[in-house]
Design a protein around this ligand. Structure first.
Ligand SMILES: O=C1O[C@H](COP(=O)(O)O)[C@@H](O)[C@H](O)[C@H]1O
Length: 285
């Protein structure tokens, strides 16, 4: 294992990546619940995101979490019928939510095309649901909101597309440029379906921890550019940051275009010793 100073963990393959990310998530939820009782996670769609949920539901340690006291939101959703297999919420239900004793009233999917007349209405409805949950949360004495329109997000999971999109914020498009809103309606996504609803980058960045889980050679350029410090409009993944922690959880293939200076910050070819800091690149062989 090698550590590097920028919050990335590199795993040998997608299986170990998803298992380790699931274990981290379970640990994080237990930790938050032990401090505050209720934990809130923002889910992602996509290959790795869904595989992580499956791994959570399959892990023996899942029993350590009080699933009835976890709130679930989504970072983005495809504007489709509620039962469409292409909905992130449907995939999350199949992979995890239907397999765990979650509270249905704590599961907050983005309105579907059965619930809203247009993608714009779905975005407005989701923003309203978030704001209502935030208002309820803020009734607790001493609660300090990051953004009064948003509940506290303890962990926000993101996948990254080969074009470096996160949630449904695509490079150079209006969504990733949107400011002053928590939720945006996307009408022309380059990846089907074209109509989607997404948290904005500003909303994503209110999360305490943002975890980007990425696997595969086809994502290597996106990961490399994001960690090299590209601009968020061109490389949306570069713009996602947790308030206290940003984790890049990637496999070896996705790490193949990381800038050399990140992998060898001292120029010694050795990297740092494992375990020196949580916020480090961990390469597991
Ligand atoms: O369309 C989407 O794609 C991204 C990435 O998905 P992947 O299959 O390439 O891992 C995902 O994060 C997002 O939630 C989803 O709507």
């Amino acid at each position: 294992m090698r550590n590097f100073p920028n919050g990335v963990s590199i795993h040998p393959d997608i299986q170990s990546l998803t298992a380790a990310t699931a274990a981290r998530l379970i640990t994080k939820l237990v930790d938050v619940q032990s401090r505050r009782g209720v934990a809130t996670v923002v889910l992602t769609g996509g290959t790795v995101g869904t595989a992580v949920l499956d791994a959570v539901a399959s892990a023996e340690a899942r029993a350590a979490v009080d699933w009835s006291r976890v709130n679930f939101w989504w970072g983005d959703e495809r504007f489709l019928a509620a039962d469409s297999p292409d909905r992130n919420a449907v995939q999350a239900a199949g992979a995890m939510l239907s397999r765990l004793p979650v509270s249905p009233d704590r599961v907050h999917p983005v309105p579907s095309s059965d619930d809203a007349a247009s993608v714009q209405d779905a975005a407005l409805g989701y923003a309203r649901n978030l704001a209502e949950a935030a208002a309820a949360e803020q009734l607790a004495p001493g609660f300090d909101a990051v953004d009064p329109r948003l509940p506290r997000f303890d962990v926000l999971l993101l996948g990254v597309g080969p074009d470096a999109h996160i949630a449904s914020l695509f490079p150079e498009m209006a969504g990733v440029r949107t400011t002053g809103e928590t939720v945006v309606a996307v009408t022309d996504a380059p990846k089907p379906p074209p109509e989607r609803v997404s948290l904005t980058l500003e909303a994503i960045n209110t999360a305490e921890e943002v975890w980007l889980a990425v696997a595969g050679e086809d994502k290597a350029a996106a990961v490399g550019l994001a960690l090299a410090g590209a601009g968020p409009v061109q490389v949306p993944a570069a713009g996602a940051h947790g308030r206290s922690k940003t984790r890049w959880l990637i496999d070896q293939a996705a790490a193949s275009q990381l800038p050399e200076r990140l992998l060898d910050p001292d120029g010694t070819g050795a990297g740092r010793d494992a375990g020196s800091t949580e916020d480090s690149i961990r390469s597991e062989h």
